[in-house]
Design a protein around this ligand. Structure first.
Ligand SMILES: [Fe+2]
Ligand SMILES: [Fe+2]
Length: 134
């Protein structure tokens, strides 16, 4: 069974962004499956690199929509994105220097990211961006 399951609770009601969030859920599940199979560390670097890459792409989508349509909470939201990127880079730094437990930390961080950021921060823009050509 997947560690995280996509449900309508996670929807921001903007199809393009929901698709990107599903990809992030998939990344969390990929890491979890590998950990359960006992080789989480083997693929951690790959998943982290993909996370950093994909979050950059995803945040750009959201921030461009904020700029295009003048979302009033854009600055606050962008700060959250910047903090998340910093944490991901810190985790990658720990992994590169061989620190232990980084796999569990990464899984906790990723699952927290998906559930908290989407459900709290991203959902705030639904009333503003819904129906707009994001
Ligand atoms: Fe998002
Ligand atoms: Fe966001």
């Amino acid at each position: 069974m997947a560690f995280l399951t996509w449900t309508d609770n996670l929807s921001v009601e903007i199809p393009k962004i929901d698709e990107q969030h599903k990809k992030l859920v998939e990344l969390v599940n990929t890491l979890h499956d590998a950990m359960r199979a006992g080789h989480g560390k083997d693929i951690l670097g790959k998943v982290l690199a993909e996370l950093i890459d994909y979050t950059g792409y995803h945040f750009k989508t959201e921030e461009e929509a904020f700029a295009r349509f003048g979302y009033p909470q854009a600055d606050e939201h962008k700060k959250q994105h910047d903090a998340l990127v910093k944490t991901a880079l810190d985790l990658k730094g720990k992994m590169d220097s061989g620190e232990m437990m980084v796999t569990v930390e990464t899984l906790n961080y990723l699952s927290g990211w998906v559930t908290n950021h989407i459900m709290k921060e991203d959902k705030l823009y639904t009333p503003f961006l819904k129906g707009k050509p994001v």
